[in-house]
Design a protein around this ligand. Structure first.
Ligand code: DON
Length: 309
């Protein structure tokens, strides 16, 4: 194991040193908090299914989970209602359009197609079993913490920044409601979805989430069974189809591993049965994916020959 970890460490150092300062991209500017984050921070971490942790860079730096939260809530929805209902009510196909597209909804009679775009994510939140808005939120925060194996909290400043600028998402929530694709009060779903995007994680916590998926639902740090093993392939399939938004096909072609990005600059990647990988740096490309995070992850996985295809 030590020899294997030495290779992993070398690959991590290589990937980080080559790409952590790469030029290009811009912080997300449509959420004021994200625009204010320094653009020169980068980090990477891996957590193996045996619980080994390696990291590079500012791995204590906490950043906004944003869209990566969609995977956590999807995992919970799969537990609550099962894979068939997720596929029927939300879908498992890429939209081929930006993550906040209204046109994508219009083209498919209001069916979101993927739980990993904003429409599908709000619909997913609405599917969760909950007796109140607070209960819905507590369940989501709890699954984020179980997956990360660490306490996670809402960033009040970020949440305020998002809640006061999320008009487009509110419109999407009402469109879903009008198409019978919203399963709780639409403003409750939008509010809770916005909160789930506004939690902070570091790369070790993000890699632990990925490692829990890689380990069939058992968190390798806490050793707790968090998810039903049989649900993991459905989660990974959704990530393959839409996890990197409009770049999901290119990502499958070049990296060949299920991943999920967020506009906070994080990327979570799963090497099933082996490890979880997290990469972070705020500047994004036109699709909304971290420029350095993609390069660091691609370099690391290619050096080690990790590719499902
Ligand atoms: O819904 C939004 O706009 C954000 N709270 C999250 C979007 C996001 O991270 C899309 N990702 N690349």
């Amino acid at each position: 194991m030590t020899m294997i970890l030495n290779n992993v460490q070398d690959a991590l150092v290589n990937a980080y040193s080559q790409f952590s300062l790469l030029e290009g991209g811009e912080n997300a500017n449509y959420i004021p908090y994200l625009a204010s984050i320094p653009n020169n921070v980068s980090s990477m971490a891996i957590v193996t299914v045996d619980g080994d942790i390696l990291s590079q860079g500012d791995s204590d730096f906490r950043f906004a989970l944003e869209s990566i939260s969609k995977v956590c809530s999807l995992a919970l929805a799969l537990e609550d209602v099962g894979p068939a209902e997720v596929q029927n009510k939300i879908g498992a196909d890429p939209t081929g359009l930006p993550f906040n597209s209204v046109i994508a909804l219009e083209l498919h009679n209001g069916k979101p197609l993927s739980p990993l775009v904003n429409a599908g994510a709000m619909s997913t939140v609405s599917l969760l079993k909950a007796s109140s808005s607070e209960h819905r939120w507590e369940r989501i925060l709890d699954i984020q913490q179980q997956l990360a194996g660490a306490p996670i909290s809402l960033c009040e400043e970020l949440n305020h920044s998002e809640q006061t600028t999320n008009f487009h998402n509110r419109a999407i929530a009402w469109l879903l409601y009008s198409a019978d694709a919203m399963y709780c009060d639409p403003m409750e779903a939008c509010d809770v979805y916005t909160r789930q995007c506004s939690t902070l994680v570091n790369t070790v916590e993000l890699a632990t989430m990925a490692a829990t998926f890689a380990a069939g639902g058992i968190n390798p740090i806490t050793q707790k069974k968090v998810l039903t093993t049989e649900n993991i392939p459905f989660l990974l399939a959704e990530m393959t189809m839409e996890g990197m938004y409009g770049s999901s096909g290119d990502w499958a072609y070049t990296v060949g591993l299920p991943a999920k990005s967020g506009v906070g600059g994080g990327i979570l990647t799963v090497v099933p049965g082996v490890m979880g990988i997290a990469a972070f740096s705020p500047p994004l490309d036109a699709m909304g994916n971290s420029v350095r995070g993609q390069k660091m992850t691609a370099s690391f996985t290619q050096q080690l020959g990790y590719n499902l295809y």
